[in-house]
Write a protein that binds this ligand. Structure first.
Ligand code: ZN
Length: 185
């Protein structure tokens, strides 16, 4: 599949699916939920390392309850693929640095719009997008899952974000790790 055609086809699917909620996966007791991730070969070595840094930080915060695992092959259902888009051809809203699309059968795509990222920290952007991959929604008063990109607020996984994770995956908050002080709410 040519890179230049893939994002447009994916975007079409995502628009069609807009509004579908991501259902939390069934979780058997004591069985970690695994989130398979494939990094598109088009990612540069530098970008790949920054995405991997976000995955390492999430796996540390998730503390074994849920785990991102890198896979080499995306040709199966349920996989999340990170795809760089060097030049965005459609405007999907101001300040959209990346977009995460969930497929109804599980898995999905994270598009990184390289031409909009400028000098922003890709690890921070991916920390936010992997939150969406986990099923989290935007939290207007939050930090990592805020709607607006902020280098300061998106440099690590805050307590408010992990409260969402705990609720979504039916985990105890003390099973998880986070940065900074507890959220006020
Ligand atoms: Zn977002």
């Amino acid at each position: 599949m040519r890179l230049s055609t893939l994002p447009l086809r994916v975007l079409g699917a995502a628009l069609f699916l807009a509004g579908l909620a991501v259902a939390p996966p069934a979780r058997a007791a004591d069985t970690p939920t695994t989130v398979p991730v494939v990094l598109a070969v088009e990612l540069s070595a530098d970008h790949r390392e920054r995405v991997l840094a976000a995955i390492r930080e999430w796996n540390d915060a998730l503390n074994g309850s849920v785990r991102f695992e890198i896979e080499a092959n995306g040709a199966r259902a349920g996989v999340w693929t990170v795809i760089p888009v060097p030049k965005s051809e459609l405007r999907n809203g101001p300040e959209s640095l990346a977009l995460t699309f969930a497929f109804p059968a599980g898995g999905g795509v994270v598009c990184l719009y390289l031409d909009r990222l400028g000098g922003r920290d890709i690890t921070g952007v991916m920390l936010h997008e992997f939150g969406h991959v986990l099923g989290l929604t935007h939290d207007g008063g939050g930090q990592l899952m805020s709607t607006r990109y902020s280098w300061h607020d998106m440099k690590c996984i805050d307590h408010g974000t992990m409260l969402q994770v705990a609720a979504h995956y039916k985990l105890r908050i003390d099973e998880l790790k986070w940065c900074g002080p507890p959220a006020a709410h």
